[in-house]
Design a protein around this ligand. Structure first.
Ligand code: NOJ
Length: 755
């Protein structure tokens, strides 16, 4: 069932069936396709089979790649987006290679192709899977028009560490949210599925655990125990493969508990193929087969190829180890040709499903027409608007009243930085099509207000002198309000861009403080790729709007939020820590034997020479306490919402039952607004310790000012299942608590039992 958004009045009831999102089923088994695959396979030489398993990055022109394509030595090309070049490459494959097998062209279309949507972390902040699906569909329409039929997205890595630059590409820290957003993206990319010429194959990545890299350092080892793997890291993959029918999957760079993902037979064969029944295609990450040598897991390229293909990999991205070694490995009996045949079947199946054998070409002259359409830009605008999270709004500083402002100072390195606001992974996004906040403010509100622009810092890392800061204070004093656009340049997050210090870089904190000294209201907008530690800056801001790099239409969306045309409704998809030293920090942690309560002794409370005791001590830090700065799911609005305690339709349920939970939600302010109602559950006692809370469902609801709506959510008891002490996925009987609230740290609970 689809999560449909509706505007509801009075006591209208809302019903959703949680955990049962609309799904695109794996393309149905097609007997004719399978016959075609076998027919082709029977004609292939060993070299041609190996060629299909080889993925190469484009050399730039079809001529340059002519021989390798014509000789059938490559099955897929990545990083080519020019439709004329793609057509020319396909022509060589189809007309000049012996069997005429088309290529599949892959690209990292991560949050839009030309029209760039907010980074995935921002998309997750919308808590709006329908909108995310629409964005992915648009990305597919734009990319497939150029011949790109395979995207390396969605990234499903649970990310609980803001130091890790790739948190930007994730749906954040929560398993359920990653599941919902991941499946929405798969549905959007793959559209009508098999045979749809606008179907862009999705790639569930990175399999698996990559987000738990030690210390937040990219490519690092992970140490996820089997139960946590099952309960936390695998579910989004299972949902994308089994429920949404993702056509491909990518192995990750990390070694978990000593086994590099690209050589992990248990995960790639036992879990993915045998348990989940995956009949799609598995590709390595870039050179991740070859990197098993650096890991100390393979002797050389030959050993790496053996381990990867035997573990269950079908296609090698850029390590060349398959192309160079498989023939010899098969001759020596170290790789069974049957395994290679299966890999080729999986690759050919993908190409058949995409219809590439029927028509591998695109109308190159028309490719651009699919991009930046009015509809695409409107969806990008809405996504940017829904993804912005209001974190502070002292004395209702926001929204700004255009009728009361004559001059507004616009400052900061992100105010007019079209490339930077696109965020990470935007190979094909174009700064020239991007609307910045400054441009949007002038365009929409410039007839009434003079926007004085003083960038102050060239980049987010620039340093300012005391004189420069004083000049900003003086300029601000001549204005009625100050808008500071701070944050991170795009390159400071994403792959390999990790940070140990999560404070605003350069002189940005000083800039905010300088604005504050003017005595004028200071509104800060942060555009960043990760949660930053903004505690030290909060006191210098009247309001803070947090926008994970918002993409092409970020400017208009932010301008309209600032001036109240839109009320902010985004919610945090990741916990905001007080300090990086608290990381990893996530709301769904375990209770521990000594949970902190907030009444703990802090650094300044300790008397000199205090004796050591562990009595009464709990799990927290002396300098930061135990709480985050902002919890998961948090986000303010221009109105206020009041939740009732949730009501349940029964006191106890059987394991195959359905919980009907409801609450009333009152918009007690004076503006119409949308709210994300979040349903959390806690399993009080388990055969293994259970998280304090787990998100199980959510609902984005529009509530007119002054109205009360009743929000009902149906939650199958089966959604409470977890991998227990015996490593069985089961719902254990006992007591549970259930919250319906506006974030992970508020609200009252109802109690129920499972029999
Ligand atoms: C490496 C990245 O880890 C992966 O996410 C990406 O899809 C590939 N490179 C291809 O660019």
């Amino acid at each position: 069932m689809n999560l449909r958004r509706s505007f509801i009045l009075g006591t209208t009831a809302l019903l959703i069936l949680a955990g049962c999102q609309g799904t695109t089923r794996n393309a149905r088994y097609d007997a004719r396709t399978e016959r075609e695959i076998e027919r082709l396979l029977s004609q292939m030489t060993l070299a041609e089979k190996i060629g299909q398993t080889n993925q190469l990055s484009s050399y730039g022109t079809a001529e340059a790649m002519h021989d390798v394509i014509a000789e059938g030595k490559v099955g897929s090309i990545l990083n080519e987006v020019d439709p004329y070049t793609i057509n020319a490459m396909q022509r060589i494959a189809v007309e000049e290679s012996r069997l005429g097998i088309p290529l599949i062209i892959g690209r990292d279309v991560i949050h839009g192709f030309r029209t760039v949507f907010p980074i995935p972390l921002g998309l997750a902040a919308t808590f709006d899977p329908e909108l995310v699906e629409q964005g992915a569909r648009i990305a597919a329409l734009e990319a497939t028009a150029s011949g790109v039929r395979w995207t390396f997205s969605p990234m499903l890595d649970i990310s609980r560490d803001a130091r890790w630059g790739r948190i930007a590409e994730s749906s954040g820290e929560d398993t359920y949210l990653n599941k919902v957003m991941g499946t929405a993206m798969v549905r959007g990319y793959q559209g009508g599925g098999a045979g749809d010429p606008t179907c862009m194959a999705a790639c569930a990545k990175h399999f698996v655990g990559y987000g738990a890299a030690e210390g937040g350092r990219d490519y690092n080892s992970t140490n996820i125990p089997p139960r946590q793997m099952r309960n936390v890291y695998l579910p989004p993959f299972e949902a994308c493969i089994v429920d949404a029918g993702a056509m491909t999957l990518m192995t990750s760079f990390n070694d978990n508990d000593g086994i590099p993902a690209t050589g992990n037979t248990h995960l790639l064969t036992d879990v993915l193929r045998k348990e989940w029944g995956f009949d799609g295609m598995v590709v390595t990450d870039w050179n991740s087969a070859g990197e098993m040598i650096a890991h100390g897991f393979a002797d050389d390229g030959k050993d790496a190829a053996r381990k990867a293909i035997n573990a269950g990999v079908d296609m090698d991205m850029m390590s060349h180890t398959f192309g160079l070694n498989l023939e010899e490995l098969i001759a020596e009996g170290k790789v069974d040709e049957g395994r290679l045949d299966d890999a080729v079947r999986n690759i050919l199946r993908l190409k058949f499903r995409l219809g590439l054998f029927d028509d591998p070409y695109v109308d190159a002259d028309a490719a651009r027409d699919a991009c930046y359409t009015e509809e695409n830009l409107a969806a990008a605008y809405r996504s940017a608007a829904e993804s912005a999270v209001l974190l502070r709004n002292e004395n209702n500083t926001l929204p700004l009243d255009a009728s009361k402002l004559r001059r507004v100072l616009v400052t900061g390195p992100l105010a007019d930085a079209p490339y930077e606001q696109l965020g990470t992974w935007t190979f094909d996004g174009e700064a020239s099509h991007t609307v910045t906040p400054l441009a949007a403010l002038r365009e929409t509100y410039g007839d009434r207000i003079a926007f004085v622009f003083e960038p102050a810092m060239a980049t987010s890392r620039s340093r300012m002198s005391a004189a420069q800061l004083a000049a900003v204070t003086a300029k601000a004093a001549q204005c009625d309000a100050v808008l500071v656009f701070a944050g991170e340049e795009a390159i400071l997050s994403g792959e390999a861009h990790c940070l140990a210090d999560l404070n605003l870089q350069g002189s940005q904190s000083d800039l905010i403080a300088a604005a504050r000294r003017s005595g004028r209201p200071v509104v800060t907008v942060i555009m960043a790729g990760r949660p930053l530690t903004v505690k030290r800056d909060l006191g210098n801001m009247d309001a803070l709007l947090y926008s994970f790099h918002p993409g092409t239409m970020g400017g208009p969306a932010i301008a309209d939020i600032l001036f109240g045309k839109v009320s902010p409704s985004g919610k945090l998809p990741a916990t905001f820590p007080v300090a990086a030293g608290q990381i990893p920090m996530h709301y769904n942690r375990n209770m521990t034997g000594r949970p902190a309560s907030g009444t703990e002794v802090l650094l300044d409370d300790i008397v000199p020479g205090a004796g050591q005791t562990s009595l009464g001590c709990s799990s927290y830090m002396l300098d930061t306490g135990f709480a985050p700065l902002f919890p998961f799911g948090y986000g303010l609005s221009y109105t206020t919402f009041e939740y009732s305690r949730p009501e349940l339709d029964a006191e106890s349920y059987s394991a195959d039952g359905t919980i009907r939970a409801a609450c009333t939600l009152r918009n007690s302010g004076s503006r119409d607004a949308e709210e994300v109602v979040q349903l959390y559950v806690r399993d009080m006692v388990g055969s293994v310790t259970r998280p304090i809370k787990e998100l199980k469902a959510f609902r984005r609801v529009a509530v007119p000012a002054g109205e009360t709506v009743r929000v009902e959510i149906e939650l199958p008891v089966a959604e409470l299942a977890f991998w227990n002490i015996d490593m069985e996925r089961t719902v254990e009987p006992g007591e549970f608590r259930l919250w319906m609230a506006g974030d992970s740290d508020s609200g009252e609970y109802a109690t129920f039992h499972v029999k």
